[in-house]
Design a protein around this ligand. Structure first.
Ligand code: F6P
Length: 509
């Protein structure tokens, strides 16, 4: 869809510039009800976004022109939506069977077979006396499992799972120093099994495991689409779980990449996570545009970016267990949508993804909320809350929810004052997503909702959500510079040359 299609939004944005959100709410009695949706355990309110019914009509007209239902169908059916690499993106087949296409059915069958193998490995590790597992991976091979294990492992009798991603040796050192190699297993997760960070950290962990990593009774496992490379690393083939080129790394937590999740919360918990995502899939596939949560979320993102010109988007979970959600979404959203060319390679006329960032409330209220309330840039926010607490500290939970509701209200309504330093302009748009409770099902549904919203935004922008060529250049340059850091090889770039001289000088005298 060309960006010029967004021209239909601009008259609405111009009109609404002088109508603050608080007035839109005051003038439309049914707005709290009509601008909200429930899907299973998830309730979403868009009532505090800076649009009115006419602007929303224009957004849904955009959605119809882009034929979003057909785009969703193509995703589920396994069409090569990743056009630059000629691949499908069948993460939905990892958690359900909603398509009749042969490709999707075959993918679902492969996913089920992999889960059966994973269940056997989970049982054997749990029965082996191992107490801790180190999961080594990065990006999509780390952020999803890390988020879900951190969110759901609370109080569970599962194994303790630790994550190592950064190539900085401090990451692996800190993780291993409190562990006993005799009671620890390791999983190397890498779709390509060629990622520098994972291979270096994996080597450190393999060496640290020593005899325990060996072929007899070994405790080192892998998840990869490149079985040959994982085997060459010394991992027995019966301990290597598959990945496939039809699943993107950042969409892969539902595959064997979720092995650490299953170890942390049990295979049943993992299946429940998948079931929650599948419920959201069924909704996104079948709900009409206006009642479709992912469509509403995606169109709101387009509105904030292309009509209101917001350059940033905050994600603010009000639940400590979801503190890693902003990190996870940064990859999902920004690696998927950080593009400046259309599917056909032509330059885009307008902007795509804003900067996504955030952190858990209430801590963030005492760090960056000042700028959100009174800064010169308006940053739309997704607030995420959990209605039922899973602890006995009722007063804390009431305070948490009070803060959550207060912030969304204060952002929208502001507060006048004769003293400009004490005035709040308000008019800060936000969406509120409420989970009934934090369960594997509700977390699966929430993550799947974001995945679908990202894909729909890519359709509306006419870009590919499933490649990430932008990360390659830095890797290539780093590979060229490594010999210069380790020896005396020369480099071409004069600034890098000066910096290397400085580093050598200081590091080695
Ligand atoms: O950051 C680039 C990237 O290719 C991600 O897309 C991917 O999730 C990550 O690196 C890890 O890749 P792999 O799973 O192949 O190690």
């Amino acid at each position: 869809m060309p960006h010029s299609d967004f021209d239909t939004l601009h008259p609405h944005a111009d009109r609404l510039r002088s109508t603050p959100i608080a007035r839109l709410i005051a003038e439309d009695l049914h707005r709290p009800r009509d601008f909200a949706l429930r899907v299973g355990p998830l309730y979403a309110s868009f009532a505090r976004q800076h649009y009115d019914r006419a602007a929303v009509d224009a957004l849904f007209a955009l959605g119809e022109r882009a034929d979003l239902p057909e785009a969703v169908r193509r995703l589920f059916d396994g069409h090569p939506v990743n056009v630059t690499e000629g691949r499908a993106a069948l993460h939905t087949a990892l958690r359900g069977d909603l398509s009749d296409s042969a490709i999707a059915r075959d993918a679902s069958a492969q996913a089920r077979a992999a889960r059966a193998r994973m269940a056997t490995l989970v049982d054997s590790i749990r029965a082996s006396g191992v107490t801790d597992v180190v999961s080594v991976g990065i990006g999509g091979s780390d952020l999803g499992p890390r988020l879900v294990a951190d969110a759901l492992a609370d109080g569970d009798a599962g194994l303790r799972v630790h994550f190592v991603s950064n190539v900085d040796g401090n990451a692996v050192r800190r993780t291993l120093e409190s562990l006993d190699p005799a009671r620890t297993a390791a999983i190397l997760i890498s779709k390509t099994f060629g990622t520098q960070e994972t291979l270096l950290n994996g080597t450190v962990v393999r060496d640290w495991l020593g005899g325990h990593a060996g072929r007899d009774g070994g405790r080192i496992y892998a998840v990869s689409a490149n079985v040959a490379r994982a085997a060459a690393f010394g991992i027995e083939e019966n301990r290597i779980l598959p990945m496939w080129d039809w699943v993107g790394g950042r969409y892969s937590l539902w595959s064997a990449v979720g092995f650490p999740i299953a170890l942390a919360i049990g295979m049943d918990g993992f299946e429940r996570l998948l079931a929650g995502a599948a419920e959201m899939d069924a909704h996104v596939l079948s709900a009409p545009l206006r009642g479709n949560l992912a469509v509403c979320h995606a169109l709101t993102a387009i509105w904030n970016r292309n009509a209101l010109h917001a350059a940033a988007q905050a994600v603010l979970p009000y639940d400590e267990r979801l503190r890693l959600l902003p990190n996870y979404l940064q990859q999902l959203v920004m690696e998927s949508l950080g593009k400046s060319v259309r599917l056909d390679g032509g330059a885009l006329a307008g902007h795509t993804v804003p900067v996504w960032w955030g952190g858990a409330g209430t801590d963030t209220q005492h760090s960056f909320f000042q700028a959100l309330h009174q800064g010169t840039q308006i940053v739309p926010a997704d607030f995420i809350g959990v209605i039922r607490a899973d602890h006995a500290h009722e007063d804390n939970h009431a305070a948490l929810l009070a803060n959550l509701l207060a912030q969304t209200e204060a952002f929208a309504n502001g507060q006048a004052s004769d003293d400009p330093h004490r005035a709040y302009a308000g008019n800060r748009p936000s969406t509120l997503l409420l989970l009934d409770a934090l369960t594997p099902e509700s977390l699966g549904a929430l993550i799947a909702m974001y995945e679908h919203s990202v894909y729909l935004q890519s359709v509306l922008w006419g870009i590919n959500a499933f490649d990430q060529f932008g990360v390659e250049l830095g890797k290539q340059v780093a590979n060229k510079l490594l010999p210069a850091l380790q020896g005396d090889a020369e480099v071409d770039d004069p600034v890098t040359r000066a910096l290397l001289a400085e580093i050598r000088d200081r590091a080695w005298g």
